[in-house]
Design a binder for this molecule. Structure first.
Ligand SMILES: [Zn+2]
Length: 423
């Protein structure tokens, strides 16, 4: 993004036309639907941050009652092509992995798997282009009060609620800070260590070798090694109807501000000003060291367009009273403060990098011919010489086409070809 575009912001109007409201009443529609308003601000250093704001997506084409919104940040490295490719293709790849004809509840339940399939498909497609850059992705889907966040890399999404509790909806896939990811990378054939400079001194953060990347998950990075996987951490929560605020930002923000600092510095302000202030605050404390991008999204009851300011004393009291609860996914180091105050209901969380644990078993499209739809790319695979291998593969996970199966084996550090007869 150019300097000129920096600080360019946009907000939806919190006002709903009277006619629309009356129409809703007449149709007995749910008038409890929240208002979603948002703002974005950024300052570029290298020009490798991209973002996506799509407030008007429909589950059923042309039906505005099925609307949902998408917000995402892509922090590119070693070039911009992976960030641009993900921005342009990821949403479609995710949506194409959701079965047709779902009602709203089924759609929300299918979303976590579809996010995994969409991330992996986008990575495979980018790999085929033969380019070498990579990108973090933090991808947020908002459907009424339900928020689903999928992320690879270290662009965080935090949630601030009316209770004053700030929580992290993403996991940082940084080798330096994530011991489980270090173990996974090592077990899959990578090496983890610091950069050695002249004299043998180790400097900087932990990196994986070959490649020298500090992240353990990303989209792209074709030249780094398949142990850098595109399988996202996914978390799905439902807000109470008092609402909440999301702050989605690249590491230019989080290297300068804690989650609490980011949330507190902009409370009481509308989303567009809040985004601008978070960027300003990060710059004030650290200067412009990196691309810095911030998207703020308020999900609030109709008629209450702003998350109110909370007195500082009350915040501290609340935080100190809440016992830490471990996530069932041990990749998370942060204690879970969400459900303890009743502001948020946790619906789903999974961060495993093993594809078969993330995708359910898909059934054959046609049991006579044996054709099936690949659980990742959604391509139809006809039976062929590979069928026995396909069935073998299915016994330990989802059905995958030969291309996606090769990707799965490579990510897990296995040989791309299934071993021949055992002796
Ligand atoms: Zn496939």
């Amino acid at each position: 993004m150019s300097e000129k575009e920096a600080f360019k912001m946009k907000t939806t109007s919190p006002l709903v036309a009277l006619g629309t409201l009356i129409g809703r009443e007449l149709r007995h529609e749910n008038v409890e639907k929240p208002t979603v308003s948002y703002g974005q601000a950024a300052l570029a250093k290298k020009g490798e941050d991209y973002f996506l704001i799509k407030p008007d997506c429909y589950r059923i084409s042309g039906d505005p009652t099925t609307s949902f919104s998408v917000f995402a940040i892509f922090d590119g490295h070693n070039g911009i092509s992976a960030a641009i490719f993900a921005k342009e293709n990821l949403l479609n790849n995710i949506l194409s992995a959701i079965p047709q004809g779902c009602d709203r509840e089924e759609w929300l339940q299918a979303l976590p798997r579809a996010l995994v399939a969409g991330f992996v498909k986008t990575d495979i497609e980018f790999q085929q282009k033969g380019e070498t850059s990579g990108t973090t992705v933090t991808f947020v889907v908002i459907d009424e009060w339900t928020i689903t966040v999928a992320s690879v890399g270290d662009s965080r999404c935090i949630l601030d609620t009316q209770t004053g509790v700030v929580s992290l909806l993403t996991v940082d896939h940084r080798l330096e800070e994530n011991v489980e990811e270090r173990e996974r990378v090592t077990a899959s054939g990578g090496e983890v260590g610091r950069l050695n400079i002249f004299g043998g001194n180790a400097v900087g953060p932990l990196r994986c070798w070959p490649g020298g990347l500090c992240l353990s998950r990303s989209i792209g990075d074709t030249d780094v090694g398949e142990f850098i996987v595109p399988i996202p951490h996914v978390k799905q929560v439902k807000l109470s109807n008092s609402g909440g605020r999301l702050i989605i930002a690249s590491d230019g923000i989080w290297d300068a501000l804690s989650s609490d600092m980011a949330a507190q510095c902009c409370r009481g302000l509308p989303a567009d000003l809040a985004a601008k202030l978070v960027v300003k605050e990060a710059l004030r404390s650290r200067g412009l060291k990196d691309d810095t991008t911030c998207v703020v999204v308020d999900i609030v009851p109709y008629g209450h367009p702003v998350i109110p300011q909370i007195p500082k004393k009350k915040q501290n009291l609340l935080t100190s009273l809440i016992p830490g609860k471990r996530f069932h996914n041990s990749l998370n180091k942060e204690p879970n403060k969400l459900s303890a105050v009743g502001a948020v209901e946790e619906l789903f969380e999974e961060g495993s990098a093993v594809l078969s644990e993330r995708l359910g078993k898909n059934m054959p499209l046609n049991s006579n011919s044996g054709t099936f739809r690949c659980a990742v790319c959604q391509g139809n695979e006809a039976p062929n010489d590979d069928l026995s291998e396909t069935i073998f593969s299915h016994s330990s996970g989802p059905m995958l086409c030969s291309k996606c199966r090769k990707k799965k084996d490579a990510m897990e550090g296995k040989r791309a070809i299934v071993p021949t007869l055992m002796t």
